[in-house]
Design a protein around this ligand. Sequence first.
Ligand code: CP
Ligand code: NVA
Length: 330
Amino acid sequence: MGFNLKNRSFLTLLDYTTEEINFLINMSAKLKADKYAGIFSKNLLNKNIALIFEKPSTRTRCAFVVASYDEGAHPEYLGKGDIQLGKKETVADTARVLGRMFDGIQFRGFSHNTVVELAKYSGVPVWNGLTDKYHPTQVLADLLTVKENFGKLKGIKFCYTGDGRNNMANSLMIGCAKMGMDFRILAPKELFPQQELVNQCKKIAKENGGKITLSSDVNSAVKDADVIYTDVWVSMGEEAEYEKRINLLKPYQVNSEMMKASGKDSTIFLHCLPAFHNRDTIVSEEMFQKYNLDAMEVTEEVFESSQSKVWDEAENRVHTIKAVMVTTLG
Ligand code: CP
Ligand code: NVA
């Protein structure tokens, strides 16, 4: 193994090589198998883990908590309003205090710069549990799920449809480029990712035998796709954008017609969750009436179909987050 992940932060997959990402995915699969077999190696015995959350979370929070306990560590949840972070105390000061008390820090929040500052000043590994720009721990779980379904990552045709410039689109583009996949973003031009990141990912993809395509045409983007992936149309913090996004993204909803357009029965559906897939998940009844929508980014039919692997994907958050903590801290 020509690399050392110990004491490294995990802020974006751009900082990790193909070999390192592969290592983390394989380690996740091993930790998953161990847990199923009742083997708990307690790699993080007596470590203290700070979990800072500026935004709400089900999966990421629970995955960090369960992974910590499984490995013998003590997690502490520091929610919005619990600590002085960036208000009354600078991020750098909080980072230096937490770094004296905790062995590792998870951060979920708005500005990507906050997680960068925490890593710079805390002196301990910092893990990005989602910022406005990136969501790298989610991508590890997505890649593990793809590998479980197809036995490989290289060459897999992966179409992400929806908001092409959010944290998921950015991070998936990086992750799929690093793994040499055929990654397509299907979105209206207004929601294409930043050109600078696209150029960077195209270069990475080329080095790894993959490719990146941006398209607004459903049929060509999903043709032969092994994976069709979507995320919410409006990310946390962008709630003022609903009307605009619904109008822009309606043609890019994942429905049975889109799944069929891949031309393959084996195509799987993935979503990082939470998903707006039926009336109970939609933001307000008023919105339903106004836009005549029964769902947003994915229909109930696809979400509940056998092609949908979203529960495996959600479970894989625990095993992949555990792998990140164990390799950087254990
Ligand atoms: N996918 C994901 O990050 O879910 P949570 O927002 O529930 O953590
Ligand atoms: N793009 C979404 C991801 C949620 C896991 C958001 O940031 O709200």
